[in-house]
Design a protein around this ligand. Structure first.
Ligand code: NAI
Length: 335
């Protein structure tokens, strides 16, 4: 091992022959997620039908000539894919097509996450950090954790970072500032059209001063209606335009999410689906997106935020959907 480099870690990406993975693998392999001193052995899982395509992805990874990438393990066997992994990006599942609601996807996809939960339980490092991207992401993360009882439930998170990034970009665009000037926009609940994008506590840096976003925007109706609606429907808008679901932005969000788990957030808030303890009136024991801060690879829900009546109603809608998804998912798993 070269001086200054850590021991290699094993990282798995599922759905490795798919479109999100195509953008994500490069970010992981070049050090954007786990750091510039962390060599990676990447495990690539896809289904048997996709093994030829996956070979092409392997060739391209090799051809990138990335110094941190010290091994590649392509496979269609979950028992091989999850062996000894310290981090898992669960991307592989059936993507939502135009006009398809998440519910239609649920029964096809939760079974995949049951199998992968069992494989994580049997083969992964016990401190593995698992990010679920494949939809319905929150409920898939819950199912995965249920079938991996030897791994702490807190280690399973679901991706709402794309929604957060979209919300942050939308506020920045409204205020005509760079996206880095906007902080602490929150996504509550499910990664679905019931999510509640909330800018009440967000801040923007204007002329060197930190200003509250509602004060800067000065348009309550915009924040409660147009903004919420735009972010809720952004995924569908991308599908309508591209005829495929978001991939480049989803991969960037997945890299952001895992990087923040690995390297911490400081006092910056990020949103992610985590196992709910009932904070803010959310239902318990579902994977619910909250604002969190992260240090030492442990997340903590941001405490003491006020939930006004408008927000309470929004949280109830998305919480109810997650309870329904949970019931449907558990009944599929038991079949
Ligand atoms: P894709 O169809 O391009 O790739 C999915 C890949 O998963 C395919 O190669 C497929 O063969 C593979 N796959 C299917 N079953 C598998 C299994 N059991 N094990 C391993 N691999 C398996 O789809 P894309 O665009 O990469 O999207 C992946 C997922 O991410 C979809 O569920 C999509 O809805 C979701 N997504 C989630 C977002 C979020 O914000 N949480 C944002 C965008 C997409």
């Amino acid at each position: 091992m070269e001086p200054g480099l850590l021991e290699p870690i094993r990282v798995v990406v599922t759905g490795a022959a798919g479109q999100i993975a195509y953008s994500l693998l490069y970010q992981i392999a070049k050090g954007d997620v786990f750091g510039a001193n962390q060599p990676i052995i990447i495990h690539l899982l896809d289904i048997p039908l996709m093994m030829d395509v996956l070979q092409g992805v392997v060739m391209e990874l090799v051809d990138c000539a990335l110094p941190l990438l010290v091994g590649i393990v392509p496979t269609d066997d979950p028992n091989v894919a999850f062996k000894g992994v310290s981090a898992a990006f669960l991307v592989g599942s059936m993507p939502r097509k135009q006009g398809m609601e998440r519910k239609d996807l649920l029964s096809a996809n939760v079974k995949i996450f049951k199998v992968q939960g069992e494989a994580l339980n049997n083969h992964a490092s016990k401190d593995v950090k698992v990010l679920v991207v494949g939809n319905p992401a929150n409920t898939n993360a819950l199912v995965c954790s249920k079938y991996a009882p030897s791994i702490p439930r807190e280690n399973f998170t679901a991706m709402t970072r794309l929604d957060q990034n979209r919300a942050q970009a939308e506020i920045a665009s409204q205020l005509k500032v760079g996206v880095a000037k906007v902080k602490n926009v929150v996504i509550w609940g499910n990664h679905s059209s019931t999510q509640y994008p909330d800018a009440r506590y967000a801040t923007v840096e204007l002329n060197g001063q930190s200003v509250s976003v509602p004060e800067a925007i000065k348009n309550d109706k915009f924040l409660k209606e147009t903004f919420v609606d735009t972010i809720q429907k952004r995924g569908a808008a991308v599908i309508a335009a591209r005829k495929m679901s978001s991939a480049m932005s989803a991969a960037k969000a997945a890299a952001d999410h895992m990087r923040d788990i690995w390297q911490g957030t400081g006092d910056r808030w990020v949103s992610m689906g985590v196992i709910s303890d009932g904070s803010y009136g959310a239902p318990k024991d579902v994977v619910f997106s909250f604002p969190v801060t992260i240090s030492n690879r442990q997340w903590k829900i941001v405490p003491n935020l006020q939930i006004d009546d408008f927000s309470k109603a929004k949280l109830e809608i998305t919480g109810k959907e997650l309870l329904e998804e949970r019931d449907d998912a558990y009944s599929v798993c038991e079949q």
